[in-house]
Design a protein around this ligand. Structure first.
Ligand code: ADP
Ligand code: GLC
Length: 481
């Protein structure tokens, strides 16, 4: 049996701010249980729902040194869908209203978490062959493993993987503060280790010290070796190119299934969508106060409202787009200027634009199920899950050709009748508008063609099956079998 520990700052169904939680919650279920014992460890945030917290079983606690402090480490445990989840408890660090706040507090919080992950292993008597770390919040795990956990037999030989879900976030602060927060010696704070551009950088530490590095699509794995996408670490990623690979994300096919989804108005599948899917649109139009017209093309957005997702392009052409025969349903939270922009357009184009500035799982399912098309014109996109959810629900993605969007959406070719969505290359608002209008044309004038695009999208397999096998291969290779 090979033991793998996923270390993550979020995982569904316990806590979610973005796609990382979907991955950390769904992927562990998809490994071959005959060969792999995969467990997951994450913080026990006070903002987790009572429903989950009340089901966690208290195991034990101890004190751990972190820099000059001695910190309480509580351990809770829970089985969910056949997977063991461990939760690290410390109310000093994990009591905020949401998982993340700002630096340097978050750096201290996740230095604590990273060191605690290693410290609890002998206590819970789980000896991982591999610790699979996700994003900057766990970047110090390979570093601590190198620094202070190699002495005893227990930790010797443990391998680490660093998976980059988003290179934009690296966990950066000045060296002297980070030295005192982490208790790591000066040795680590040089330009070939944790230091980057005079600051200390957690993700860089993870990339330098991990045995293997992955990211969540092939295209992003290439892109991050260039200066445009490399966020200052492209040189290092080039240097580690032999240890870096892309494995595209999947989605949870049980959770996101239009045939069984109880959060949507009317279930449908690849055979029945032509008749049934539209009933979801009618219900959503009613619910959101949009003009009730089953024929109107409805475009959806479910997203964090940040620059990453291309909202400046949308802002630029909103007025033009709203002259067309479309409806726009937005579900998202994030930067105030984008929240207010959508509120403004919902006011200006009442009945046509619906701005839902909040977070809601049920509303996200309804949006994926109801819309005809889904807009995701990202500036960069490591993988993106929303376009995969859209494909699964027969909602045609309109995307920019970057990262995982490029790898998962095949552009429609009118002459060969191929493709699963619409896409454009340059980060240019009118190039995007042109592609949206092309989609409108096919939707209104060539409905049979449109439905074939939907057919092809729904026939794609973006369950975790393929990608879980690739992770298994990598685990086997790292463990040396
Ligand atoms: P990212 O991780 O960069 O935010 P992804 O496309 O990988 O982007 O994943 C986003 C996830 O968050 C999807 O599951 C999407 O449905 C969900 N999501 C984003 N915003 C909201 C929201 N306001 N309400 C519900 N779900 C949301
Ligand atoms: C990040 C990326 C997104 C990816 C997700 C899960 O949040 O922005 O593209 O799908 O992580 O890997």
């Amino acid at each position: 049996m090979k033991n793998i520990l996923f270390a993550t700052s979020e995982a569904v169904p316990f806590i979610k701010t973005g796609g990382l939680a979907d991955v950390a919650g769904a992927l562990p279920k998809c490994f071959d249980k005959r060969y792999f014992d995969i467990r997951v460890i994450l913080p026990k945030y006070m903002c987790m729902s009572e429903e989950w917290k009340s089901k966690m079983e208290y195991i034990t606690n101890f004190y751990m040194d972190l820099g000059f402090r001695s910190c309480y480490v509580g351990i809770f445990r829970m089985e969910h869908n056949g997977i063991t989840f461990y939760f690290i408890d410390n109310e000093h660090y994990f009591s905020g209203p949401k998982p993340y706040d700002q630096a340097p507090w978050d750096l201290e919080k996740f230095a604590f978490f990273s060191k605690a992950v290693l410290s609890v292993l002998p206590v819970i008597d789980f000896h991982p062959h591999i610790i699979h770390c996700h994003d900057w919040q766990t970047g110090l795990i390979p570093v601590y493993l190198h620094d202070s956990f190699q002495g005893g037999d227990f930790f010797r030989g443990i391998k680490t993987i660093m998976t980059i879900h988003n290179l934009k976030f690296q966990g950066v602060w000045d060296v002297s503060t980070v030295k005192s927060i982490t208790g790591l010696p000066s040795y680590y704070f040089t330009a070939d280790k944790l230091e980057a551009y005079k600051d200390a950088n957690y993700l860089k530490g993870g990339i330098v010290y991990a045995d293997a590095i992955t990211t969540v699509s092939n295209t992003y794995a290439e892109e991050i070796k260039t200066s445009f996408y490399g966020e200052g670490l492209d040189g290092l990623l080039c240097a580690r190119t032999n240890s870096l690979r892309g494995i595209v994300n999947g989605i949870d096919y049980d959770e996101y299934n239009p045939e069984t989804d109880c959060q949507i108005e009317k279930n449908y599948n690849a055979k029945t969508f032509r008749k049934e899917k539209v009933k979801n649109k009618i219900a959503l139009q009613k619910e959101l106060g949009l003009e009730e017209d089953p024929r109107k093309m409805m475009i959806g957005i479910v997203s964090r409202l940040t620059d990453q997702k291309g909202f400046d392009l949308i802002a630029y052409i909103m007025d033009e787009l709203c002259q067309d025969a479309i409806q726009l349903v937005v579900l998202g939270t994030g930067e105030e200027r984008y929240e207010n922009m959508f509120r403004h357009f919902a006011w200006k184009y009442r009945g046509k634009v619906s701005a839902n500035i909040y977070y809601s799982e049920p509303m996200s399912h309804k949006t994926y199920a109801s819309c005809d098309a889904f807009l995701m014109p990202s500036l960069f996109e490591p993988c993106g899950l929303s376009q995969l959810m859209s494909l699964r629900y027969g909602t045609v993605p309109i995307v920019r050709e970057t990262g995982g969007l490029k790898d998962t959406v095949q552009p429609y070719n009118e002459y060969e009748s191929t493709g699963t969505g619409f896409s454009f290359t340059n980060y240019n608002a009118h190039e995007m508008l042109g592609v949206i209008r092309n989609a409108e044309r096919i939707y209104y004038d060539k409905k049979r063609e449109w439905n074939k695009i939907v057919d092809r999208g729904m026939a794609m397999d973006f369950s975790w099956n393929n990608s879980a096998r690739q992770y298994e291969e990598m685990y086997n290779w790292l463990i040396g079998e």
